[in-house]
Structure formats: C-alpha cells, structure tokens
Design a binder for this molecule. Structure first.
Ligand code: AMP
Length: 191
C-alpha cells in the first residue's frame, strides 16, 4: 500500500509517519528529514536549500522531486511507502503523478491531519525546546503556517475530488490519532 500523510507543521506528521510505517510495514519517506540530512552533511543540494528551510519556504519543485521520486518509485516497487511532507502543492502533486502513474506507484490513500492553529503553534514551540531545528521559532512558524494555507491546503480538495482523502482529527493524543488513521486505512483497503 502507498500512503500520503499531509498536514500543517505541528500536526504530528513525523510521529504518525514513523508509527504507521512500522505498523504497516511501509517505507517511511519524510521530505523534511531528507532535506535536513542534506543540510547537515553540507552537500551541494543541502547548501542550496538551507536558506529555504530556515525561512520556512518550500524548496524548488525540481529539487524536491529529484530527491524524492527515485525513493518513492523504489519503495512502491518493494513494500509500499508512507510519504510524509510531500507533495506540498498541487503543482508538486501533478508532477509526481506524471512520474508515478507510469510506474503504477500512485497513492492508495491520503491522510490529512487536521488541528486548530493555536494548537499547532503551541506544539511547534514546545518541540523547539527539545529538538534543534532552525525553523521551529516564533518568527518562522507564522510563515510555515501561511505557506501551508497558500500552497498545501489546496491539496485537500484535490485529493478529496480523487476520492482518496481521509480527514483525521489530529487534536487528540498520539495513540488516538494513530488508531483513527489505522481504522481509515483499513476501511480504504477493504473498500
Ligand atoms: P517538515 O519537516 O515536513 O516540516 O519540512 C521542513 C521544511 O522542509 C519545510 O518548511 C520546507 O522548507 C522543506 N520541505 C519539506 N517538504 C517539502 C516539499 N514537499 N516541497 C518543498 N519544500 C519542502
């Protein structure tokens, strides 16, 4: 099975992505983690994207597609993927679809983690105390939420129209969110 996990920053994509991939035996591909690893290793790609991450802006489509699509296609060909943080715009979804459809590697279900804005901000700033991310600060958080609203939220309708969307209430404890997602995917798999 191939699953997309989309949601605003702070909605729990990383945590749920890891859990679901493990529970379902899927390869967890996390766009943000892969980009941060490139920045940390100071690769040419990492140097190119570092400022985008610090500002909370989306990196150019060609960069993210080049980084992710080979992994996505390989995972689809193996056990399936749990893709978190990609696509983040309808343009990215359309580009990815061109490549994925040829290989029969498109998503079977799309999970949208929904939570109110004040809860998202609270979680991101709490995470800032624990993790050392350059983009978890009050200044960048506002921009990341705005980028989500402008670029990423339109994906919700895009996938709803394609009949793939499952909206999950992410404003619950982590175990309840995981259970709700698993139930939705179970329903999707059995039709
Ligand atoms: P995340 O860990 O998913 O919150 O992603 C952290 C940052 O990585 C984002 O704020 C963007 O700068 C960049 N990023 C992650 N996924 C994408 C994507 N699909 N397209 C463009 N930029 C992305």
């Amino acid at each position: 099975m191939n699953v997309l996990l989309i949601g605003p920053p702070g909605s729990g994509k990383g945590t749920q992505g890891e859990r679901l991939a493990q529970r379902l035996g899927l390869e967890h591909i996390a766009a943000g983690d892969l980009l941060r690893a490139e920045v940390e290793a100071q690769t040419p790609l990492g140097r190119r994207v570092a400022d985008f991450l610090t500002r909370g802006d989306l990196v150019p489509d060609a960069v993210i597609l080049g980084l992710l699509m080979p992994r996505v296609l390989a995972a689809a060909d193996a056990s399936g993927y749990l893709l978190d943080g990609f696509p983040r715009s309808v343009e990215q979804a359309l580009e990815a679809r061109k490549l994925a459809d040829q290989a029969d590697a498109g998503p079977h279900a799309v999970i949208y983690l929904d939570a109110p804005r004040d809860e998202l901000v609270r979680r991101i700033l709490a995470r800032a105390e624990i993790e050392d991310r350059t983009d978890d600060n009050p200044h960048t958080v506002g921009n990341r939420l705005e980028v989500f609203d402008d670029a990423t939220r339109p994906l919700v309708d895009y996938y709803r129209e394609r009949g793939l969307l499952h909206v999950i209430d992410a404003n619950q404890d982590e175990d309840a969110v995981t259970a709700e997602i698993l139930a939705a995917l179970d329903g999707a798999a059995t039709g």
